[in-house]
Design a protein around this ligand. Structure first.
Ligand SMILES: Nc1ncnc2c1ncn2[C@@H]1O[C@H](COP(=O)(O)OP(=O)(O)OP(=O)(O)O)[C@@H](O)[C@H]1O
Ligand SMILES: [Mg+2]
Length: 165
């Protein structure tokens, strides 16, 4: 059965670890590998940090981050085995300043906070570790980052090996 969760958190630095762990815990229903879990945590961490640092400028004035996740199963029929793949869709929304030039923001090493220990690699990391990455943003209204990842392939792998034996 498809599954979902919604979470709203205050845009505080101390909530970043909670957010990434909460999404990872939710993803456990898909039986992910440790590497897949680690990718999801890293991507969520980058997205949430961007909301705190950029969307709201690091100042907490009662600002919100919304995190929505959905897990779905895709069944693939093969002659030798039945593949059951899971996919997690993640949407992270802020209601902050928005991004003026999304194309520019996506470029590796582009940052608007150079003197601030930022390397401009957050979006590149999200795109590398996840799939179907996209951003919608409007100046003054906020930003929505959407990404997904196909996970939970260990079981299929074992079936494949048995079929080949
Ligand atoms: N949620 C957001 N709201 C407004 N601007 C954003 C948001 N997320 C990213 N940006 C803008 O896009 C730029 C690139 O983001 P990216 O995460 O790639 O790098 P960074 O946050 O500057 O550095 P790093 O993630 O490596 O610490 C940011 O510098 C910022 O100007
Ligand atoms: Mg960043």
């Amino acid at each position: 059965m498809d599954n979902y969760m919604k979470l709203e958190i205050a845009a505080l630095g101390e909530n970043e670890a909670f957010a990434r762990s909460a999404v990872a815990a939710f993803a456990l229903t898909l039986n992910p590998t440790l590497a897949e879990l680690s990718d999801i945590k890293t991507a969520v961490s980058e997205a949430v940090t961007n909301c705190i640092v950029h969307a709201y400028g690091g100042a907490n004035t009662n600002q919100k981050i919304r995190i929505e996740c959905e897990t779905v199963y895709e069944e693939i029929e093969n002659p030798l085995f039945k593949e059951r793949k899971g996919r997690i869709h993640i949407r992270i929304t802020d209601y902050g300043c928005g991004i003026d030039d999304v194309e520019k923001a996506l470029q590796p090493f582009f940052t608007t906070r150079e003197g601030d220990e930022r390397s401009g690699m957050g979006f590149t990391i999200m795109q590398t570790f996840m799939e179907d990455f996209s951003i919608q943003s409007k100046r003054g209204l906020g930003t929505v980052v959407t990404m997904s990842k196909s996970i939970g392939n260990t079981e299929n792998f074992m079936i494949k090996e048995r079929a080949n034996a």
